[in-house]
Design a binder for this molecule. Structure first.
Ligand code: BMA
Length: 319
């Protein structure tokens, strides 16, 4: 998997790839921006679902492939979903995908336009044919993130009920489904932090990459938003969720892991946004590679060690 050792002068728990951003905004002939995207191991390399906003500024999803997880070939044509009930299968827009392998196939979730944003679901085995399922929830909802295995015998998903615009609020919730069609057992997970405790996450929060199972619980990387006088600022931090009842938060970082500080994070179509949607990890070494969108324009990588992020989460916890 992609990796670069921690620079000697790095003070943070995670560190940026020195060649960021890894995906330029104009990689495709029609792309205005490529960001907030999801990757997974696939074959002898990697595959992904990429958020590509086109030069009409329409939000589209494109499949992509890579040998090393750093250099990507992204399909010029956008993903055409198949098999959905005709009433929900009409494409309106799609953004902020996540991808996860569960049992025998890859599942994709994304923010899907259906009378406003909600959580779209599909599956694939080859990243060529994508079979659309029912939307998981009613509008309005964003940041639908599946757990990588069933919990209590059910598919399990985090999501963030929202509004139809640039939502100024947002808590993370947990839901279960026996069949990826009917969702219930909704549980509250966590709210934005108090401003005086952790301001980077005091306006709204949303799950990021697929949670990672560790001996200390589910490690969740999530984004948090500060409403500054210059607009929203998107940073990300970490939480540990109960292994059996993942709606129970065991620990939650007070400081962020990463916030918009580099030029490519602070300048772009939407300044001051770092938005993680995927992570690769290697159980043998504990290495973690986080893929995050920058300024709603390009895609970057950051690295860390899972055990160091777990220790940081516990050490700095605000719960
Ligand atoms: C959120 C989503 C993200 C985006 C962020 C900052 O509401 O739309 O895709 O990165 O706003 O614009």
């Amino acid at each position: 998997m992609p990796w670069e050792d921690k620079p000697a002068n790095e003070k943070g728990v995670i560190w940026r790839y020195s060649a960021n951003p890894i995906i330029p905004r104009d990689l495709l002939s029609t792309s205005n921006s490529i960001f907030n995207s999801a990757v997974v191991p696939f074959g002898d390399g990697y595959a992904g679902v990429f958020r590509c906003d086109d030069t009409n500024r329409r939000m589209r999803l494109h499949a992509g492939f890579s040998r090393d997880g750093i250099h990507w070939n992204i399909e010029e044509d956008d993903i055409r979903l198949t098999g959905a009930d005709a009433e929900v299968g009409t494409w309106v827009y799609g953004y902020d995908p996540r991808v996860v392998w569960i049992d025998d196939r890859y599942y994709i979730t994304w923010c899907n336009g259906y009378h406003g944003p909600t959580i779209g679901c599909a599956w694939t085995t080859d990243f060529k044919t994508f079979h659309q399922l029912e939307n998981a929830f009613l509008p309005f909802n964003r940041n639908g993130v599946l757990f990588p295995r069933k919990i209590n015998g059910n598919f399990a998903m985090l999501s963030r009920p929202s509004d139809n615009g640039h939502t100024p609020f947002g808590d993370i919730f947990y839901s279960e489904s026996p069949d990826m069609k009917f969702w219930g057992r909704h549980r509250h997970v966590m709210s934005p932090a108090k401003f005086e405790d952790s301001a980077w996450q005091c306006t709204k929060i949303g799950a990021g990459p697929i949670p990672i199972e560790t001996a200390a619980g589910w490690l969740l990387i999530y984004h948090g938003v500060l409403a500054s006088c210059n607009g929203f600022v998107y940073s990300f931090g970490s939480a540990l969720l109960d292994p059996h009842e993942p709606w129970k938060v065991l620990a939650r970082s007070g400081p962020y892991l990463l916030s918009p500080q580099k030029d490519y994070e602070c300048m772009g179509d939407v300044p001051n946004v770092t938005f993680p949607c995927a992570a690769l990890h290697d159980p043998a070494t504990g290495r973690l590679a986080i893929y995050y969108g920058c300024a709603d324009t390009v895609t970057s990588l950051a690295f860390g060690y899972i055990d160091e992020i777990v220790a940081f989460t516990k050490r700095t916890s605000i719960v």
